[in-house]
Design a protein around this ligand. Structure first.
Ligand SMILES: [Zn+2]
Ligand SMILES: [Zn+2]
Length: 231
């Protein structure tokens, strides 16, 4: 009910920039400009140096052979952090086109190969019902439009309602989500998959989903994409 009310207000009230409060749009160009830090040359999973932005390092590639890398817009800080917070926890779903568009742009810049499917990280149905939406699925819709690649909304499902990852170590996070996801059997053998989530902290959710997409789903490779790293 509260989610519905928030969304109704979203439609009625004039939009203000999440960063500077300027009237007229959700995110003004000046604030978006501040996201544009140089892409990091560190492995998104372990922070070892890598030759190209967003790629997994050699050690992580051995552990996660099908996951190629994780693309991000920027660090989880400042206006990007505030925008994600509004989008994820305060029902400001009107940010989805902007944030999805920025993520599409980052993916094009990163030069990831054409993928056969775009799959959002799912919420457990109980949690999605409570929030009223799955933020990753909203992003995935706009990334699918931006990259002209098919959206497979239910490519991965959440079969266990795990406790939130906040405050857990990397090892605890991996244990927490082990067995929590299931990919559609054999559904992805025709090509690579782009897996979408809002934020990656240790990457535990993405590596677990990627493993499912490769093993059960048959995906030959997986790229991850999240709005921000950290959190
Ligand atoms: Zn602004
Ligand atoms: Zn690494």
């Amino acid at each position: 009910m509260q989610a519905l009310l928030h969304r109704a207000l979203d439609l009625l009230l004039p939009q203000r920039c999440v960063g500077c409060g300027r009237l007229g749009e959700n995110l003004c160009p000046a604030c978006v400009g501040q996201f544009a830090v140089l892409p990091s040359l560190h492995c998104p999973l372990c922070a070892h140096a890598v030759p190209k932005p967003f790629l997994l390092c050699r050690g992580c590639k051995i552990t996660h052979p099908k996951l190629r890398g994780i693309v991000t817009i920027g660090a989880y800080a400042g206006t990007l952090r505030r925008a994600i917070h509004e989008f994820k926890y305060r029902n400001r779903t009107s940010l989805a086109p902007e944030l999805g568009g920025l993520l599409s742009h980052a993916l094009v810049e990163a030069g990831i190969p054409p993928c056969a499917a775009i799959v959002p990280v799912p919420l457990h149905p109980k949690r999605e019902a409570a929030r009223g939406y799955n933020q990753a699925a909203l992003l995935a819709r706009y990334v699918s439009q931006g990259l002209h690649a098919p959206l497979v909304r239910d490519g991965v499902s959440r079969v266990v309602d795990t406790p939130p990852q906040v405050g857990l170590s990397r090892a605890q996070r991996l244990r927490n989500v082990a067995g929590a996801f299931a990919a559609r059997e054999g559904a992805f053998s025709r090509g690579g998959v782009l897996l979408i989530d809002d934020v990656a902290t240790t990457g535990a959710t993405l590596v677990t989903c990627a493993r499912e997409l490769a093993q059960a789903g048959g995906a030959p490779w997986i790229w991850g994409a999240v709005l921000a790293r950290g959190g």
